[in-house]
Design a protein around this ligand. Structure first.
Ligand SMILES: [Fe+2]
Length: 178
């Protein structure tokens, strides 16, 4: 009889009042814009000064308080959000396979995403298929205003944006309080 040794969970929550919240996030991203960095094929505000990064994090905690609270209630643990940053993908941009391995969990909120032209994040199964030995990928369906939370050590990628419509994501890393 077959049973399961391991399974990888993920959580999905909705950011409330999405129409207004999206406007608020766009205003925030005008102050903390995503820009190009050498060696990265996407735009990001990940390299803000410590002071600005701290303000951006506080703003994200305010904007995303409800889904983060829902998550804390589900896992019965209050976690610390250690950082927040936005990534944006214009035509031809992608984000290669990576993880947020130093963090317990990573939350990703889909800010600008047209499901007809953009793909959500693609996650790599952390072991090969038992019947074929092949690698396997999963990409949960997402729409704007969705927050997906995955274990931080799960590798993932953002495939090439084939359109001139920008895709924007805000990521937050969550960890135990010291
Ligand atoms: Fe990531």
């Amino acid at each position: 009889m077959k049973d399961t040794l391991f399974a990888v969970p993920y959580w999905k929550f909705k950011v409330p009042n999405w129409t207004q919240t999206k406007k608020d996030i766009h205003s925030l991203l005008e102050t903390y814009p995503c820009i190009e960095h050498e060696g990265q094929n996407f735009l990001t505000n990940r390299r803000l000064s410590l002071e600005k990064a701290s303000i951006f994090l506080k703003e994200c905690l305010r904007v995303f308080a409800d889904p983060l609270q829902e998550f804390a209630q589900e896992i019965k643990t209050n976690l610390k959000t250690t950082r927040a940053f936005a990534t944006a993908y214009e035509k031809g941009h992608d984000h290669i396979l990576h993880n947020h391995g130093k963090s317990l969990f990573t939350a990703m909120v889909y800010i600008d995403l047209d499901p007809k032209i953009h793909s959500g994040t693609i996650y790599k199964q952390p072991y090969t298929q038992f019947d074929s030995g092949n690698v396997a990928f999963v990409s949960p369906t997402v729409v704007e205003g969705d927050m997906i939370i995955v274990p931080g050590n799960i590798e993932h990628l953002s495939p090439v944006n084939p359109s001139s419509e920008r895709k924007t994501i805000i990521a937050m890393d969550l960890d135990f309080y010291d």
